[in-house]
Design a protein. Sequence first.
Length: 203
Amino acid sequence: AQYEHYGRVGDIKEDFDIISYEDSKGELYSSFKHASHAMLFARNDTVLWDLYKSRAAIMMQMRFDGLLGFPGGLVDPGENPLDGVNRELEEEIGLDLCKHKLQNSDQVVSFVNKSKNLVLHFYGKEVTVNDFSEIEMKTLSAPDYGNETLGMIRPPLYTMGDGYRGLPAFLSNSYAGNSRQELLIGLQHFKILEQDEIEKTRR
Ligand code: GTP
Ligand code: MN
Ligand code: MN
Ligand code: MN
Ligand code: MN
Ligand code: MN
């Protein structure tokens, strides 16, 4: 519930409600489509141009449809949401599952969109700066690179002097599902930004 307001862009509430992971497994949602996406990130203390705290490298992507989002995708028949996110990360970013497989404890938040019959699960996992770079390099040879996935990007997490460039400008892009909300939740959940820094980015 504390995250609910991140779904608001201007005064328009996006059509996603937060549900517990336990509830999402219930009978009511068994006929819904489920999808799982993940935020891989590495904390990074460097200061850019003696001015802006870098804070973290976060992996997002430009998708085939021109929208930004996290790597991940639809949970296939016979899979649970965790199996689904691990398979999709292998397909979309070439993640080495021997080293970086996500666990159930990496689940951060889940959402339901009742009008779209859709349940969305969001995972997050911290890796080292070196592992992040290695993972990022490998994305260029991932099976789905060049068709589903058009490039990994790191969101800027600082706000520049004009109050717009940086994270606020990044947040003004178009996003798949509620990945914009997920980014803000991830920043809060993993304490990558302070609460007041996140609030300031609200339009
Ligand atoms: P195919 O393999 O081509 O079927 O695609 P996919 O399985 O990778 O599915 P996709 O990643 O497009 O995600 C499926 C659903 O989740 C769609 O309804 C998207 O709008 C939504 N979606 C896509 N990216 C994200 C994201 O980062 N977060 C959330 N919450 N939803 C997303
Ligand atoms: Mn330059
Ligand atoms: Mn996919
Ligand atoms: Mn996908
Ligand atoms: Mn898929
Ligand atoms: Mn696919």
